[in-house]
Design a protein around this ligand. Structure first.
Ligand code: FRU
Length: 496
């Protein structure tokens, strides 16, 4: 394919230098995370172009190198051999052409998209966005042989407008291969409801429109961003990030894909993560055949107290997507995360009476740790609460509470008393357990991912508690419980 271009090269260079410069301001910032991916400086949102290409994992992301607010969108870039240790690379894509750039206009750029390997080439497909232009969103291609420097296709855009009946919101192409063809879904809407148009191609450059793979129901939002349609075991799954959906924000549907008719039929729908800070989830299949998901660990509704530190936005830990025997989605932290563990400690058989708490703080562990807690529920009442208080202040007034409500059968994360800059809220998810409950927590400087050990339920939140809030307690309310085991590790700092 014919590639452009000097302008792009210059803009990439300029943006990369800007990040280098701003990095110095950010290095000692207090909320920097220890093992969650962040940009060296500036703003980030969606993960883009997740892929393992010639053995190396690539993570691209929506990025404003020029400040800690959303602005002209670039693609930041990092590579890794293990999904945990990431090495920052030069900016991969910068707005430079009439379909993704306009002088004086800040609402422009290289919006979200995906990556595929085309032989040795690392091939990117993204949305060129220029607000105020008609059409304002088109699909464009770029490619690289060294996996670092990307050139844009000289005949971009490869899809120059949305089909007539779709809205002008037409972005976030996700490409995959099936039976000798390339397929693409794009995020859009039709008559005020989310929709994913499907495209097909033989060469990644000429695309034919195949109709909508799926349209939203009344309650599933008025625009679907960041679609991701992929095979999983004997099924297909479709992830979308709906705008203005009253009871959800990032859903996964499992069902059947009919490639002849270009239609996806969902058989189940699930909110991927019930926390506040989870959006724009994307997946890819790695060379071991694992389907791995990473999401932006924030949303558009989130407050960003780290903006004053010169950076904003982070990614969740990588999670493997699996289906259980009932074809229900579960997400498991990738085993590579275990390489971060040190300072193991285990406490066994802690009995708590009703309304009792037990301090399990480890003074040798700082803000980043992993915890596994096994509750034995056999002698527990069918009402009351059991759980942990985390990031508790010395006077006990500030805390993040994680508990299981035995009566309502819900897993709950309550940040109403967290203090600091934490957004006060209560997140709940239904969870039916009987004899035991195993919870797993990943705490970092300003984030908390809580999950059931089998990966069924997840709640991800940003926690901006005071950094000297460090106590951890087990507690009960209205029932007794035996905690079979509390295992903790501190997790190493690997991210700069
Ligand atoms: C989702 C999103 C995408 C868009 C990008 C812009 O968070 O709105 O639809 O491509 O962010 O940065």
């Amino acid at each position: 394919m014919k590639l452009t271009n000097e302008t792009h090269e210059q803009k990439v260079k300029q943006a990369t230098q800007e990040v280098e410069f701003r990095k110095k301001q950010v290095v000692d910032a207090r909320y920097r995370l220890n093992y969650h991916f962040m940009a060296p400086a500036g703003w980030i949102n969606d993960p883009n172009g997740l892929i393992q290409h010639k053995g190396t994992y690539h993570l691209f992301y929506q990025h404003n190198p020029y400040g800690a607010d959303w602005g002209p969108m670039h693609w930041g870039h990092a590579v890794s051999k293990d999904l945990i240790h990431w090495e920052h690379q030069p900016v991969a894509l910068a707005p430079s052409e009439e379909y993704d750039f306009e002088e004086e206009n800040q609402d422009i750029g290289c919006f979200s998209g995906s990556a595929v390997s085309k032989g040795d080439e690392l091939f990117l497909i993204y949305t060129g966005h220029v607000e105020g232009k008609s059409p304002k969103e088109v699909q464009a291609a770029a490619s690289s042989l060294d996996g670092i420097y990307f050139n844009k296709y000289s005949e971009n855009p490869v899809i120059e407008k949305p089909p007539e009946h779709l809205s002008q919101d037409f972005r976030d192409p996700k490409v995959w291969r099936h039976n000798g063809y390339w397929y693409m879904v794009v995020g859009s809407s039709v008559s005020g409801k989310g929709a994913v148009p499907l495209y097909k191609s033989q060469d990644l450059l000429n695309w034919s429109y195949e109709g909508e793979a799926l349209e939203a129901t009344e309650s599933q939002g008025d625009m679907w961003e960041c679609p991701d349609l992929f095979p999983i075991e004997d099924k297909h799954a479709l992830i979308v990030s709906p705008m203005n959906m009253s009871n959800g924000k990032n859903i996964i549907m499992v069902g059947e894909m009919n490639y002849e008719e270009g239609k996806f039929t969902p058989e189940s729908v699930k909110e991927i993560d019930n926390g506040n800070d989870f959006y724009a989830a994307q997946t890819f299949e790695d060379e071991q055949g694992r389907r791995i998901l990473i999401a932006w660990m924030d949303t558009w509704q989130t407050d960003f107290p780290t903006k004053s530190e010169g950076w904003a936005g982070a990614m969740t830990i990588p999670r493997q997507v699996v289906l259980d025997d009932n074809r229900q989605v579960k997400l498991l932290p990738v085993p590579e995360l275990q390489g971060l563990r040190e300072n193991y400690q285990c406490r066994e058989k802690v009995h708590l009476n009703s309304n009792e708490d037990v301090d399990v703080t480890r003074d040798d562990v700082d803000h980043s740790f992993e915890m596994l807690i096994d509750f034995d529920l056999k002698d527990t009442e069918s009402y009351g609460k059991i759980g942990m208080e985390l990031r508790v202040s010395n006077d006990g007034t500030e805390k993040v509470i994680v508990y299981y409500d035995l009566k309502t059968k819900e897993l709950v994360v309550d940040t109403t008393a967290a203090g600091g800059d934490t957004h006060p809220d209560i997140n709940r998810t239904k969870l039916d357990v009987t004899d035991n409950l195993s919870l797993r927590l990943f705490m970092d400087t300003c984030s908390l991912e809580v999950l059931t050990a089998d990966g069924e339920a997840w709640i991800t939140n940003r926690i901006y508690s005071a950094l000297d809030n460090k106590r951890t307690r087990l507690f009960t309310e209205g029932t007794r419980v035996t905690v079979d085991k509390v295992e903790t590790w501190s997790l190493k700092k690997v991210i700069e």
